[in-house]
Design a protein around this ligand. Structure first.
Ligand SMILES: Cc1cc2nc3c(=O)[nH]c(=O)nc-3n(C[C@H](O)[C@H](O)[C@H](O)COP(=O)(O)O)c2cc1C
Length: 189
């Protein structure tokens, strides 16, 4: 594997991409990213995750689902207005939905959510290293029965994130972050 970025560079230069350019992400690239992201830390090696992915030929059907769930009264829109509203979905080059078991025990449930979040961050950084942008999104429809059914989500599972992936023409500016001095207290001082 050819890695272009150091870990530090990947972390500090990654930006959430909200405006993709429509270029498709290849299935093989997505699978490679997922294979590597699976090295995320997770308690007891429970590997509390699975993903539903859409790229290439799965995209048209997913777009229909997203239209039905996320564009109010889409039937009343002109083709042009609908296409414009759908751009936030259609210009992404691939999708990964993160599915996590909902453990009845609170500690385990939080651990599993944390582990799956590490997996997602790994995916974002690995994608970034391949020149693929991403945005982690948590739209309300992730919990809607029609959406769950379409993705084959079982009882006791929850979709915690929609990761949009894709190529982009403009790099967003980084938003200021607090520094270590802002957020650190030294124990006992
Ligand atoms: C748990 C989580 C949920 C997020 N949900 C959304 C979302 O629903 N829509 C969105 O546009 N961005 C979402 N984001 C992305 C953030 O807006 C983004 O990370 C933040 O603005 C910082 O920008 P950066 O990632 O470029 O540093 C989410 C990020 C996280 C970690």
């Amino acid at each position: 594997m050819t890695t272009k970025l150091t870990v530090r560079e990947a972390i500090t230069t990654r930006r959430s991409i909200k405006k993709f350019n429509g270029q498709l992400v290849k299935r093989e690239d997505l699978l490679n990213i997922i294979d590597d992201a699976a090295w995320a830390p997770n308690h007891g090696t429970r590997e509390p995750w699975r993903l539903v992915v859409a790229c290439e030929e799965q995209l048209p059907k997913l777009h229909e689902l997203l239209r039905d769930l996320a564009v109010p009264k889409w039937q009343e829109l002109s083709d042009e207005a609908l296409a414009t509203q759908m751009q936030k979905f259609t210009l992404a080059g691939g999708y990964a939905f993160m599915v996590v078991p909902e453990d009845a025990r609170q500690k385990e449930r939080l651990e599993d959510y944390a582990a799956a979040s590490s997996f997602l961050q790994n995916m974002q950084l690995l994608a970034w290293d391949k020149g693929i942008g991403s945005c982690w999104k948590t739209p309300g429809f992730l919990d809607v029965p029609k959406f769950r059914e379409a993705l084959g989500i079982k009882p006791g599972e929850r979709v915690i994130a929609m990761l949009q992936l894709g190529y982009f023409d403009e790099l967003p500016k980084g938003k200021e972050r607090k520094t270590a001095t802002d957020i650190v207290a030294f124990f006992g001082e």
